[in-house]
Write a protein that binds this ligand. Structure first.
Ligand code: FRU
Length: 507
């Protein structure tokens, strides 16, 4: 072993020891620490990776740098959950090696043992990820990102990298990464959806080791304000018909600046993806939901999880021992709005198990003055959900604030027919000049009734409107937690139901 290798092993060892020590003492109660969302015990996190459900356990891997709170040489961190809500931190699953850093990717349960990695009836879990070679990148090469695999035959506890890596070699495309693999039952083959610069390339394989290029999609389609990353492809049914959904994250070029995830609805036949969707659609219009993909091996249910940040400022947000977290898990669905098939997101129902006693507020209380101080009904600060049903939708706003003059305002503007989250004066924002501001999202239905669900945590809000048609996720960093909550409605708004539920911490 040369000196460089010894030093790098030593460094890994120190990382493990320090992160274990931090985990044991950790109360997850630091200022701004999410209480309803997964975040790493310590250090840096970006994209969720390798999400697979296997034998009653949800696995979550994630882009992780155990050596610091900014992006660095990427590892796959690992956490598991029995209920999608409470997470147990596990040892790092994949370390960088001679082929490079471990970039984003996916994992599958190879139930038919097509890979042959399972012995004596074992079902191997197989991770498919990008090896990013920083040396090649520095040298100005084009082919420094390649796809590799690793497998586990002990329920994801330990992983062995395949000796034949990489399994998909780079043909000379600088951005060639983030493989998402699924079993295409009709063709009895695996399909890899790969981000290849400004388009998606589909590959197929009988055994996860040998891959053949099938087709490309998207060069002239959708948003192209930045490079395409972290795709996902899966079927969803609506009224007995199957549609295929293609998620594509782009950075920059999101609807409110920086990173965001667009989607295409179409058809996939095992070879090509076709979509006649004309408009660009976003799974979440807020600034802070990126690189999200769905869990594999969950049957027809599709559960999505995003990274709750934005590359514009992810390295600078004002947290101390750890940096960044995931969104809440969301169940995806489809609806038909005037002949257009649209994607919906709902907080996964498992979150309800965190709910304390819900408080229903009589609509007459809000009707009196058009303004309601909710802190008379719920104890703040704390994390909570708020649900709102409107018989007749008109402008409304919800304000969260503290006694330092910091205020987050969100709501719906009827004249502009759009939702907004205004974090201009929400708290700390000096860490990045682009952070403070107002994010907007269109209303995608003309229904006269409306609804809203908010998931509010220590430093984030997730807004789901119109049965999950319009979604916005936004971070905020108040110097002191918000202790006040006021709802203001325009006189035309008829509130039918307003329910608040305090939420227990997941930690
Ligand atoms: C998306 C991304 C991926 C890449 C990873 C690196 O946020 O840029 O494309 O694999 O992060 O950490």
């Amino acid at each position: 072993m040369n000196l460089k290798k010894v030093l790098s092993c030593l460094c890994c060892l120190l990382c493990i020891i320090s992160s274990r020590a931090q985990q044991t003492n950790l109360k997850y109660n630091e200022h701004h620490r999410p209480q309803l969302h997964f975040s790493p015990a310590a250090k840096w996190m970006n994209d969720p990776n390798g999400m697979v459900y296997f034998q009653g356990t949800y696995h979550l891997f994630y882009q992780h740098f155990p050596g610091g709170t900014t992006w660095g040489p990427m590892h796959w961190g690992h956490a598991t959950s029995k209920d999608l809500v409470h997470w147990q931190q596990k040892p790092i699953a994949l370390y960088p090696d001679s082929l490079g850093y471990i970039f984003s990717g996916s994992a599958v349960a190879d139930v038919n043992n097509t890979s042959g990695f399972g012995k004596k009836g074992q079902v191997p879990l197989v991770a498919i990820f990008t090896h990013h070679d920083p040396k090649g990148e520095k040298e100005g090469k084009e082919n420094f990102q390649n796809q590799s695999i690793a497998y586990s035959v002990d329920n994801g506890n330990t992983w062995t990298k395949y000796a034949g890596n990489p399994v998909v070699k780079n043909p000379g495309i600088r951005d060639f990464r983030d493989p998402k693999v699924m079993w295409f039952a009709a063709g009895k083959k695996w399909i890899m959806t790969l981000a290849t610069k400004d388009r998606i390339t589909f590959y197929s394989s009988p055994d996860l080791k040998n891959w053949k290029k099938e087709s490309e999609f998207g060069e002239q389609r959708g948003a192209h304000g930045g490079v395409w990353e972290c795709p996902d492809l899966f079927p969803l049914a609506l009224n007995g018909k199957t549609y295929w959904v293609l998620l594509v994250s782009i950075n920059p070029g999101g609807p409110n600046g920086g990173s965001a995830t667009q989607y295409f609805i179409g058809q996939f036949d095992g070879h090509t993806f076709k979509s006649d969707q004309q408009q660009t659609r976003w799974i979440d219009y807020g600034p802070d939901n990126y690189a999200g993909i769905t869990w594999s091996n969950t049957g027809s249910r599709k559960i999505f999880l995003g990274w709750m940040s934005n590359w514009n400022y992810a390295n600078e947000v004002p947290t101390d021992t750890w940096r960044n977290s995931a969104t809440v898990p969301r169940d995806l669905g489809l609806v038909n709005i005037k002949g257009q098939i649209l994607l919906t997101s709902h907080p996964s129902p498992e979150l309800n198990k965190l709910a304390g006693k819900p408080v229903a507020i009589a609509s007459s209380e809000i009707a009196k003055t058009g303004s309601l101080k909710v802190t008379n009904h719920i104890k703040l600060p704390g994390q909570y959900t708020l649900e709102f049903k409107l018989d007749k939708i008109d402008s409304y706003s919800i304000e969260m604030f503290n006694d330092q003059g910091e205020k987050l305002i969100l709501g719906y503007n009827k004249a502009e027919d759009r939702y907004f989250i205004d974090r201009t004066h929400a708290g700390l924002s000096g860490f990045n000049p682009g952070f403070a501001g107002i994010a907007y999202a269109p209303r995608l239905t003309a229904a006269s009734s409306g609804d809203l669900k908010l998931v509010v945590d220590a430093s984030s809000v997730e807004l789901f409107a119109d049965q999950g048609l319009t979604v916005m996720t936004s971070l905020f960093f108040p110097a002191k937690p918000y202790q006040q909550l006021i709802i203001k409605v325009n006189k035309e708004t008829v509130v039918k139901r307003l329910v608040l539920a305090p939420m227990k911490s997941i930690w």
